[in-house]
Design a protein around this ligand. Structure first.
Ligand code: GLP
Length: 255
């Protein structure tokens, strides 16, 4: 696991997008694991810039998103379907047929979750998975206490997570109570992980993720077990780390 500290979210995004672009260039038919939340938006902007200005080609890329709220239709402006369309898919040349976001409207959710897992395997597995982190240490919607071996399934959202995400909804009542999420085991199967965090509100979660013991109470700590994981943070999110981390990442050299 490598920890890279950057001055600001823009510099973080440049590195994250470069790591993803490197995979797309090396393997044009790659599988990207994508995330939502405010943190990856800047990385998506940089990927769009690489596409429009430098010709980064997504035409053969397949994507799988981490999660989606249960009972929000894809056209709802807070659904993750809508988010991905607005923040990335509509601005790059990815084939919409090759993009996958869990179906929060699925009638048979367990059957859908099994299907989603099968599609990831059929596509050859995720080459690089982008992750944010919740202030309670969740990854995707794997809340504290989630099994570290879990697969795609429905999860009840923590009250704290609902409060964190309430800023995007008109009222707390509108914030969904359930989500479909890739499991921690599903995420760990990806060949490479990139976890992003910025702002002081993530500092405690990042300290535990990088330096704490591995525990289901802080799901992101499982990243310590991944053979190729890069945690990219800004100075505020790094402010509670106790060790010195090298200023320059080795990840690009080691690709
Ligand atoms: C949601 C998403 C997570 C994301 C987290 C943090 O809970 N399901 O994937 O990491 O929000 O979001 P933000 O980046 O807005 O802080």
């Amino acid at each position: 696991m490598e920890v890279v500290i950057r001055d600001n979210p823009e510099a973080m995004a440049k590195l994250a997008a470069e790591l993803i672009a490197e995979v797309v260039r090396r393997k044009p038919k790659c599988v990207l694991g994508l995330a939502t939340g405010s943190t990856p938006v800047v990385t998506y902007k940089e990927l769009i810039r690489l596409h429009t200005q430098e010709g980064l080609d997504f035409s053969r890329v397949t994507s799988f998103n981490l999660d989606e709220y249960v009972s929000l239709p894809p056209e709802h402006d807070q659904s993750y379907h809508y988010f991905m369309h607005e923040n990335l898919f509509k601005s790059i040349n990815i084939n919409p047929k090759n993009t996958h976001v869990p179906d929060g409207m699925a009638k048979d959710i367990p059957a859908f979750c099994r299907w989603y897992e099968e599609q990831i395997v059929k596509a050859g597995g995720v080459d690089v998975q982008l992750l944010g982190i919740g202030s309670n240490g969740h990854i995707a919607f794997n809340e504290p206490g989630s099994s570290l071996g879990s697969r795609t399934r429905v999860k009840t959202l923590d009250e704290g997570t609902r409060q964190d995400n309430a800023r995007f909804f008109k009222s707390m009542n509108e914030v969904p109570k359930y989500a479909i999420t890739m499991g921690i085991g599903t995420i760990m199967d990806a060949r490479q992980l990139i976890l992003l965090a910025n702002g002081a509100g993530k500092a405690e979660a990042i300290q535990k993720t990088c330096e704490g013991p591995i525990t289901a109470i802080v799901p992101a700590t499982v990243v310590q077990l991944h053979p190729k994981a890069t945690i990219i943070v800004d100075k505020a999110a790094a402010s509670k780390l106790s060790r010195e981390y090298p200023a320059e990442p080795r990840v690009l050299v080691l690709q």
